[in-house]
Ligand binder design. Sequence first.
Ligand code: ARG
Ligand code: ZN
Length: 883
Amino acid sequence: QPVRLTDYRPPDWLVDTVDLDVRLHPQATRVVARLGMRPNPLGRPGAPIVLDGDELELKSVALDGAPLAGAGYAATPSSLTILAPPQEPLVLTIETVLDPSANTKLMGLYCSSGTYCTQCEAEGFRRITYFPDRPDVLAVYTTRIEAEREEAPVLLGNGNKVESGDIEGTTRHFAVWHDPWPKPCYLFALVGGKLDRITEPFVTATGKEVELGIYVEPGKAARAGYAMDALKRSMRWDEEVFGCEYDLDVFNIVAVADFNMGAMENKGLNVFNDKYVLASPETATDADYANIEAIIAHEYFHNWTGNRITCRDWFQLCLKEGLTVFRDQEFSSDQRSRPVKRIADVRLLKSHQFAEDAGPLAHPVRPATYREINNFYTATVYEKGAEVVRMLKTLLGEEGFRAGMDLYFDRHDGQAATVEEFLTCFADANGADLSQFALWYAQSGTPQVEVNGHWDAAARSYRLDVRQTQVPTPGQPDKQPMLIPLALGLVGADGRDLPLVPDDGTNAAGSVLVVSRPEQSFVFRDVEARPVPSINRGFSAPVKLTTNLASEDLLFLARHDTDPFNRFEAGQTLALAHLVSASGLAPEKTLAGALAAGGTALVEALIEALGASLEDETLDPAFIAQVLSVPSEGDIAREIGSEVDPDAIHAARRSLRRALGEALRPGLERAYGRHAPDGAYSPDAVSAGRRALRNAALELMASTGEAADIARALAHFETADNMTDRFFALSVLAHHAPAERDAALDAFYQRFRDDPLVIDKWLALQAQIAEPETLERVRELTRHPAFSMGNPNRVRALIGNFAAANQTQFHRPDGAGHLFVADAVLELDRRNPQVAARLLGAFKSWRSLEPTRRGSAERALRRIADGPGLSPDVSDIVARSLG
Ligand code: ARG
Ligand code: ZN
């Protein structure tokens, strides 16, 4: 039953053209598909035509215009087979009916708040018509959409609009869209509804005019301006940085309220979760603005990496996703602060991807097998996939990387490609051997890298002994050593980098150590005094690093490293070590163990180093805010690794924050005052950074629980003129001021009750409170009129955050949190398997819990496994989780 990468066969039949006639109707939408097909010369001669289908009602089949009798084909709920087709080009006409209103899976054609829309990736097109639903069948699509004028005045499709009009004598109208670029069916889309729009012209690098449109629910057009601005900046950036120009006359984006994922890159017609389009200062936070910018860019960048060059099969998903995440990260870095963006990306990588890699759901960036492809839109495919592309750039250099990309666009435009073909472009363009590097796509798990540095005073040299270890992961007991680029600096006593003079035989490309063997040493000459090595700068490789740096060395880097990422990371490493030991579980001989032995002096030194950054006015406030953040509960749990007690972790983290708030109070107060708003809200990165630091200061002070600090938070909440400040203050009150909490939450609700995206923040916040009453609160909120099991954003906000962002309450020792989420998964699964499966992913670290909680998590997982009629999505995740 699982699909295997090694089983790939080219399709037996190709589709050159698709003509669709879609008559929209809320319960009975009629689709007539005319497929221009021919036998694939690379396929099996004489093969029947086998098409995929899902929940379709078949009305008729015709071959070259002649109705096909029942004996000529075989239809099942999941396929349509044309039994003995002539082995020559032919036109297959298929008429089906589907019910968009009953489509609660939100895959295929469905209605979202009165708007017809589609989601076809990965395998949703088969829910619209019978088709070879695989990404290596590329066709030119023409789509005629017809609807009641009243119900759907706006009709959108892929490509350019070629015709539209009323249907005389009826209340209906139509539009015909033609997309000249051959594409796989997962990039098909159509939209019909009552929508407002904003438009802007865009002129491409070579002078082609493009009309940009963003369509939103009536009355919300004013909130689409930032997305439009981000779109224009993305289009220009892709021309300048990658030489990629847009290729149609129009580019449309539609925001819908009910959407399984973030957004979708359908050719010329991106469909978005409205959360990633709509923003106003009153309703969106700085983080929302940054996400909108990144996701608008991401979907736009897919036009070349994903659409013009697509994937041969779904195992190659990272070919488009990892690469496109890398591209959107680079875009945001160029638009904002590169170091701060890098820190944010690495934090996300560690919290999601490292956690995935360390548990039962670990899989390679390019999986070798799957049972349900929808379960592989993961942090590993996306975020680790982006890291792999980033390493390629680190290894080949800026120009070598660009040469490889140019060759990739040149060689594979119009094709459905593979990871091997992608890598071959970089190898060919650079004369490089990337065979060992390719293991990053095949081996799962986070490599462990141990680096020990030694200064030899007599020889005036510095040696780094590097050892890499690949830990076993599901299905991969044994692994090979990988190619790991470690960016390095040797920091002198004055805080400046020493020149790196590699000894003969040391494999260093510039300042990057290229580690390729299980154990390897690198030697540098002319090192007069003992330096402090700054290793894996910029997080050049996605590995778990351990070193023989003493805590004084880390304190030194936290104050002086010129690499901002490692300056941040040094403080985090120390804080993490302290938190692990303070959670009472310090393993012997680790830094945490040493710290536990070293006592409070080191914590004081750490706080002092953080205080120095806080006072350093040459530093970017956004960077200081990151430096002051305490490692998350998940980070601490992962570092501990086994027998995890979330309550102990929570307590340790809370007391470190209180200690920071007390010890740094004067500096925090100054920062709070210095970064007070000085004008109207603007979402730009510099203003956002000042708010981030001011709010971090507010929270650290409030974590002391002092009455004056709570009063400050309350005033901050009441006087805020933007959502960033208002919501941040609300969250400070919710977490640190139980007495003020409910009144503030209620005031917030009353103010924003008609704004579902803001209500999501209100739901999420309440789900995250680390108190035993939270479960009952969450349970009650599931019955609140603002909540709906049918809307993925509501479900993720309330139940998703409870499960993924409230470690103490989800993992309550009495098991009630596990049980609650298990029951929610079972209920959701009947409605929307993809959302249910994603929620279930919250159990991914269950094996590392202490025995009581581990037992209750296992019982909850077994309860799900025993559920009747599980979807493939949920049964796959539950089986692997228990596996
Ligand atoms: N390709 C989309 C993106 O990365 C995500 C689509 C996910 N779809 C799914 N069924 N899992 O932007
Ligand atoms: Zn994507």
